[in-house]
Design a binder for this molecule. Structure first.
Ligand SMILES: CC(C)(COP(=O)(O)OP(=O)(O)OC[C@H]1O[C@@H](n2cnc3c(N)ncnc32)[C@H](O)[C@@H]1OP(=O)(O)O)[C@@H](O)C(=O)NCCC(=O)NCCS
Length: 307
């Protein structure tokens, strides 16, 4: 693995990080943050309403949370009604929300008349004494299939010379199994730059490992992981994608092996890698199972028709 270039976060401020993620997020979509308080002034819950502005223009995403001490008293229903009205006023015809199966959120969504989409399987890789040996063995098995490709990595936002190709590889995510009614993101260099910069602004550390096709010089595969200073033992998988013309060369496995080694080397406290894939995503799941990921639960996106 070549040396890593990029920026390092000097100081982590959890409150500023949360405020940035909640109020600004990772894109330009307008968002509304509402807080509900009791007459005493004590907050009982709130929601974040996100109004996508590039795709899914009839959809609004709602993150609703009620304080644990105030649940099952109707506040959730009341806030959902308020949220639905805001979404309607913004011209949206459905609300979406992503929750774990078996959680209060799933029961609440069902009770509200929403319908659940395709299951996403949450998997976790736990680093143990055998991990380095397993990665070495898997890399040796895969490398013969990947002749003509070179791995490279960077920390933070993508270097300018890779931005357009990062957008192209991100577009390859459109092939992943998804809820039919949810449109995939269409990436441009500028959108990649804004999204990655917002992660850095919110105090996240962003790692990227790519595979370059030597003959053309183009990026063929990319995997990205974030870490956060307040959960030093967890790494969170973002995208992994291989351009369709370069599939079948074990590049998905190789970039993920490179990533696990890179994060372990730079952040010795890391013990777990978290990921989620559509249950029907056979290729990605096969890669994760070879790496040693274990199933941790199911989640899905719920949709509520506002018409
Ligand atoms: C989901 C959540 C917002 C519900 O808030 P709440 O104020 O307890 O919701 P309400 O009291 O208005 O409940 C409305 C109905 O949802 C269902 N429901 C809510 N929580 C439930 C639970 N834990 N188990 C079973 N049903 C539940 C019930 O049918 C309930 O009606 P009932 O109490 O008359 O039986 C709250 O549990 C929460 O903040 N969870 C964490 C975040 C989350 O998952 N958000 C939801 C995303 S869709």
């Amino acid at each position: 693995m070549p040396g890593v270039t990029g920026v390092q976060i000097e100081r982590f401020d959890p409150k500023a990080s949360f405020a940035g993620k909640w109020a600004r997020g990772y894109d330009t979509a307008p968002r509304q943050a509402w807080l509900a308080s009791a007459e005493s002034g004590e907050p009982v819950g709130g929601y974040l309403l996100r109004l996508p502005d590039k795709e899914n223009l009839t959809t609004a995403d709602c993150r609703l949370v009620i304080s644990p001490a105030r649940r099952r008293a109707g506040f959730g229903r009341a806030l959902l009604a308020h949220c639905a009205e805001q979404a309607r006023q913004a011209g949206r015809t459905r609300l979406t929300s992503h929750v774990r199966d078996g959680s209060p959120g799933a029961a609440f969504a069902a009770a509200a008349g929403a319908h659940g989409g395709i299951p996403e399987v949450i998997r976790t890789l736990t680093i143990d004494a055998g991990t380095p040996e397993r990665l070495t063995r898997l890399r040796a098995e895969a490398e013969p299939f990947a002749a003509g490709y070179t791995l490279l990595s960077w920390l933070g936002v993508a270097p300018a010379e890779h931005l357009g190709q990062v957008a192209a590889v991100r577009d390859a995510m459109a092939d992943a199994p998804r809820d039919a009614s949810i449109e995939p993101s269409v990436w441009t260099a500028e959108r990649v730059r804004e999204s990655e910069q917002s992660m850095i602004d919110h105090g996240l550390t962003l790692y990227s490992v790519a595979a370059r096709h030597d003959a053309s010089g183009n990026l063929a595969a990319l995997t990205q992981v974030i870490t956060e200073a307040d959960t030093p033992d967890w790494a969170f998988q973002q995208i992994t994608a291989v351009l369709s013309g370069h599939r079948g060369h074990r590049l998905g496995l190789l970039v993920k092996i490179g990533m696990i080694g890179l994060v372990m080397a730079r952040e010795p406290a890391i013990r777990h890698f978290h990921t989620g894939n559509a249950g029907a995503n056979a290729h990605m799941i096969a890669i994760n199972e070879r790496l040693g990921y274990a199933v941790g639960g199911l989640s899905r996106t719920w949709q509520l028709d506002l018409r």
